[in-house]
Design a protein around this ligand. Structure first.
Ligand SMILES: Nc1ncnc2c1ncn2[C@@H]1O[C@H](COP(=O)(O)OP(=O)(O)OP(=O)(O)O)[C@@H](O)[C@H]1O
Length: 789
């Protein structure tokens, strides 16, 4: 049963060199804040001004890294998300308190990436770790600015027009849905990240184009997940979503002294934040029946997260400098209220109707097999459970006719289906008789009025025509040997006879057949193919690509990337002030290393030795990681082979239902274990690489320092003279250093954290992809100015 939970609230402080320590104090358990503002003298002798405030929260993060914030805030929500529970994380606080830094982070810096990119990475990691489930991840990104919703993944022109075209509507369950929202499928982490960056770019275009201030808008980035089991029946589908919300800055109008457009913006923000506050107050009051969600777009969209079916966490971003204390108190007050809000997270399960029908069909098939087995065992193998075929129906018709004609005849009853068919045949015969009786009476009436018929050739012709037609049809054989009032023998009537009966049944059959063929029409096949595509979409092989990247970026020996100065000279003193060209840099550099630069040179050598050791360890660790990777690949191949084999078998047995056997399940479990081991090894490799990165930076710095000192010394000794060997050494080295620096950066990045590659690739691709529309939008922006000139 689902339990109610209060909204978790975590406070994060923005680091600063000017913290008002004497006013803001945190308890040692990092869960409470005490604020003290001494009474001001202007208040006079009788002064009721409040001096102390105490606030208690779930956690308090002071000077915390992005990683620590992520670990504290996202882990529990993330687990629920993957299991089918909705989650919302929102950042609230005054302008500049670090909301955007917390949620999005610095998009150009992997280390400083915020909760959104980190959540994306974890979602795809978790998906890879759950091979028994098939997931589809989708992304949407909206901005709410002055009560207007903008689809940040929509087309640029719409955004540029300032018309997002989005509306909040309620479905029949009262859940708020955004009509017209773009929701994109993301098969990989890189794809999901590129949607984030695309949205960011769209946002900044809108900012330029419409002269907006992005800190005055609310942003909601949503990861939508859909999952179904690959192992058990797949009609059960779990739907969940994670809203990552960057709220607009809450600020006092008087303090910012905003006017004009900014004032209007600030009023809208304050209004929507006031509405948010009103909703929170209403939710906290257990006696309140009505919650005013509809007052603003923000509260309407976040209805699930506030007092609904969602794991919600709020990060209250605060600043602890003296000048921001009032805003900080107001943020903490809001956050305290938020803690009173309770939500009831519930599993979001739905049943896929197509999959359900498939399941029922399978069950019927199995029941029929069981029934026929039961019939065989109890000597009832002739019992019919399937619908009657045409020949069987004709045979039964004969039996019914015999039964009706001969009193001695008996009908053996074998199944309910047969009884129904007998009754049906009786009805057919009855109706035919009735019809023919009417026909006969009409003919008889006509023959009584025979004389007049002779005088009316037209009627006779008609009559003749009818008779011959009837004969052709085998109906109306007055001398017929048989049934009732002159019917043709039933069997002999074939397709035309018993038109209302068998013909009718046939017609129905035809209809049914056409319906059946419709079900297996190319359209349906294509639908199935699409389903398969969708399923294969849901199996992103992020792990594989990550590993491959890792192999590509195996530790490179970077020691040669920043060369020591190539040339130098040996005898500076002797040359000093002489007119002869100075000695070569190489000789001088060697001498320098033994003399003035000896200390630096020794430190450099020591660091190099440490670096070498670390590289050796990293190499061994990388070998064992690669070994694990090979085993994972081999296992994956076996699974693929199994799947390919199963694909054919499964089609024959149960349509396109995917059911895996025990062996494949064992494979999948071993794969999961190997992946875990891989991750552990990989983490230790990563930490060695971080050491390497640190050491190589030290080595670079020492080398650079040694070079710089040498260059300064050399310059002082020989001025701008050209050395003996004719090279100036300097320019060429500088160019190489620039180029090599880029390579060094790339290598560093990947050594520091191989997982960062999707982030950098997405960033690079997003910049490349959005450059064009961005330039286009900027050009458009400039056009009127040009025209005006
Ligand atoms: N924890 C932090 N560590 C380092 N820098 C930070 C931190 N928090 C915020 N900053 C820096 O402070 C500045 C303002 O932060 P940010 O833009 O995230 O504030 P905000 O609350 O989103 O403001 P707004 O409401 O105006 O959007 C940025 O330059 C950001 O890099």
């Amino acid at each position: 049963m689902s339990k109610s939970k209060h909204v978790r609230v975590v406070v994060r402080t923005r680091p600063s060199a000017e913290l008002a320590d004497h006013m803001v104090k945190f308890t040692p358990d990092r869960k409470a804040v005490h604020i003290h503002i001494p009474k001001s003298i202007e208040g006079g002798f009788i002064n009721n001004q409040q001096e102390d405030w105490d606030f208690r929260f779930d956690n308090l993060l002071h000077n915390a890294s992005q990683e620590a914030v992520y670990d504290e805030c996202v882990n529990s929500v993330m687990k629920g998300l993957l299991d089918g529970y909705n989650g919302t994380i929102m950042a609230y606080g005054q302008t500049g308190a670090g909301k955007t830094f917390t949620m999005t982070g610095a998009s150009e810096n992997y280390k400083h990436r915020g909760l959104i990119p980190r959540s994306i990475s974890q979602v795809f990691r978790e998906i890879n770790d759950r091979p028994q489930l098939s997931y589809t991840a989708r992304i949407s990104y909206i901005e709410i600015y002055n009560e207007q919703m903008v689809d940040l993944l929509g087309t640029i022109p719409e955004v540029v027009k300032g018309d997002g075209g989005l509306n909040v509507v309620e479905d029949q369950n009262g859940t708020a849905q955004i009509k017209g929202l773009t929701v994109r499928v993301a098969n990989t982490e890189e794809e999901a990240l590129s949607y984030l960056f695309e949205g960011e770019t769209t946002r900044s275009i809108a900012e330029h184009q419409l002269n907006r201030n992005s800190s005055r808008s609310h942003c909601i980035f949503t990861i939508w997940l859909e999952s179904r089991s690959r192992v058990e029946s797949s009609e059960k589908v779990l739907y969940s979503k994670l809203n990552l919300v960057d709220l607009a800055g809450s600020e006092r109008l008087s303090k910012t002294q905003t006017t004009g457009v900014s004032l209007r913006e600030a009023m809208y923000i304050n209004k929507s934040l006031t509405f948010l506050e009103q909703v929170i107050i209403a939710l906290a009051d257990k006696k309140r029946g009505h919650i005013p969600y509809r007052q603003s777009k923000l509260t309407n969209v976040l209805r699930d997260a506030l007092g609904g079916n969602c794991n919600t966490l709020m990060i209250a971003n605060i600043r602890c400098e003296r000048e921001y204390i009032e805003e900080t108190i107001s943020t903490l007050r809001f956050a305290t209220r938020m803690m009173c809000v309770t939500n009831t997270p519930e599993l979001n399960v739905q049943y896929d109707p197509v999959a359900l029908i498939k399941k029922y069909e399978r069950e019927i098939r199995e029941l029929k097999q069981e029934l026929s087995m039961h019939d065989t065992l109890s000597n009832r193998s002739h019992v019919q459970h399937e619908p009657f075929t045409e020949p069987q129906r004709l045979e039964l018709q004969k039996q019914v006719k015999n039964f009706l004609e001969n009193e001695d005849e008996e009908l053996e009853i074998v199944s309910l289906r047969q009884v129904k068919e007998i009754f049906h045949q009786m009805r057919v015969l009855y109706k035919t008789l009735e019809q023919e009786n009417e026909d006969w009476q009409r003919i008889h009436k006509n023959s009584i009025a025979g004389t007049s018929a002779k005088e009316e050739p037209h009627d006779t012709a008609q009559q003749g025509q009818r008779t011959s037609d009837d004969r052709e049809d085998g109906v109306g054989d007055l001398e017929g040997n048989g049934f009732g009032v002159g019917l043709a023998p039933i069997v002999g009537r074939g397709a035309g006879g018993l038109a209302g009966g068998i013909g009718g049944v046939r017609a129905k059959d035809k209809h049914r057949k056409s319906r059946v063929s419709l079900q297996t029409s190319p359209y349906t096949v294509r639908q199935d193919a699409e389903d398969d595509d969708a399923r294969s979409e849901t199996m992103p092989d992020g792990a594989t690509s990550t590993y491959r990247h890792m192999e590509m970026l195996a530790p490179a020996d970077l020691s040669g990337l920043l060369p020591l100065p190539g040339q130098g000279g040996a005898t500076a003193a002797a040359h000093n002030k002489s007119l002869a060209p100075p000695p070569s840099r190489a000789e001088e550099f060697e001498a320098f290393k033994r003399g003035r630069g000896a200390d630096m040179s020794r430190i450099l050598a020591e660091n190099k030795t440490i670096l070498k050791d670390k590289r050796r360890i990293a190499k061994e660790s990388a070998e064992s990681v690669n070994e694990l990777k090979k085993r994972i690949d081999a296992l994956k191949e076996s699974i693929d082979r199994k799947r390919a084999g199963r694909g054919i078998g499964a089609e024959v047995q149960s349509g396109d239902e995917i059911i895996i056997d025990e062996e494949e399940y064992v494979f999948l479990n071993s794969l999961k274990r190997l992946k875990e081991e891989y991750r552990t090894q990989f983490d230790s490799l990563r930490s060695v690489r971080a050491d390497i990165e640190y050491c190589s930076r030290l080595v670079d710095q020492c080398r650079q320092k040694l070079m710089t000192e040498f260059e300064q010394w050399y310059e002082a000794q020989y001025g701008g003279q050209i050395p003996e060997d004719g090279s100036d050494g300097q320019v060429e080295d500088m160019m190489d250093i620039g180029e090599k620096f880029d390579r060094l950066q790339m290598a560093r990045m990947s050594q520091e954290d191989p997982d960062s590659l999707p982030f950098y690739n997405a960033r690079k691709n997003s910049v490349r992809k959005t450059q064009k529309p961005y330039i286009f939008a900027i050009q458009k922006l400039l056009m009127p100015t040009k025209a005006g000139l």
